[in-house]
Design a protein around this ligand. Sequence first.
Ligand SMILES: *Cc1c(COP(=O)(O)O)cnc(C)c1O
Ligand SMILES: [Zn+2]
Length: 415
Amino acid sequence: MTATTQLQCVSCSRQYPLWELRYACDCEGLLELHTDLSGQHSLKELFEKRLLSRKLLDRSGVWRFREALFPVSAEDCVSMPEGQTGYYEVPQLGQWAGHERLAFKHEGENPSGSFKDRGMTSAVTAAKKLGMKLLACASTGNTSSSLAAYAARAGLRSLVFLPAGKVSLGKMAQTLGYGAVAMAVRGDFDDAMRIVRELALAGKVYMVNSLNPFRIEGQKTIIWELLQDRNWQAPAWILVPGGNLGNTSAFGKAIEEAYTMGWIAKKPRLVTIQAKGASPFYESYQKDFASLEPMAAETIATAIRIGNPVNFPRAVKAIQHTNGLVSVVTDEEIMAAKAAIDRSGLGCEPASAATLAGLKQLVQAGTIRESEEVVAILTGHILKDTDAIMKCQDLVCHEVDAERGAIERALDRFL
Ligand SMILES: *Cc1c(COP(=O)(O)O)cnc(C)c1O
Ligand SMILES: [Zn+2]
């Protein structure tokens, strides 16, 4: 395996050495990792073989694919080991959406409870290799939890910026518990993001938001692992919620590379679903991606409450190259879908449920047809936002006297 990996500008294709510390091209374009993978078709067999391995790195759903990410040594890898998430066919949710051929990949089953761990294992590994000591991010709560956990594992410090009053208690507790220094910014996610970028450009911190190209590399493996779950038979459609659009970007790159390397015969079409109150990508899509108009974002799905997505140029490419589309759903639709997902036993946080809500809409519109297989990505665990369950699903735990007669009478009423 002698393929070399470089940083490459998404806008002008200029290349830089992989281990040069930079977040953007001189033209200000976003950077991504570029590896010449021609002739690497046989990697697929290697990835299959590793499913039987007991080595830590082979058991990670990220590092199992390491030859197609970037070169690192086993000692440098900071792994928990993440990934290896469940793939579920759930007929009752298919019925709910009016589409039988539906499966879910549950990324809430990662070590810190969201898909962010896949990008964080790769970003923290890169940070360690680069000799960085203080790692920072802006976050709506999941990136910060993930960074705090992986930085702790690596023995590095983490500094996180959160929109004040807009982070769920579970995510906040998790972030603090793992040992991050946290700042509640009086502003929204986009303000927090601006501050981290300024600090990073001034050389004060190493930024691990999905602007960081190493994050994208780890998150590609959501797609590769789901293809592996399906014996490398691509579904017709893949649905994912979109906020800062790191996942959308990573999925586009993963699909493109899997197709180029001949691991799959056809490309799945990528659908990004946004919440109506936080839908700048959708608005741009409506105008053929001519421009991006940032907006003041508001939605109950706090993980996608983002009005100025930093990955916009990469995400546009992802939608265009997969013949994909962008859709939008209301908070009411999100919470109805979430209740259905919770009751199926899978459970998820609100942002994840945008996928099922979006599917229902696209099926009704006739865009997704009966014969086409759909995989929806559940991005976060049900326990990430317990407030949203108790507020929206009208649930009660019945308080009873500790006496059998009273309980039997209560059962008559509630069962
Ligand atoms: C971060 C996050 C998203 C949004 O992903 P982007 O890559 O920012 O578009 C969606 N759902 C959950 C649970 C998240 O944590
Ligand atoms: Zn450039």
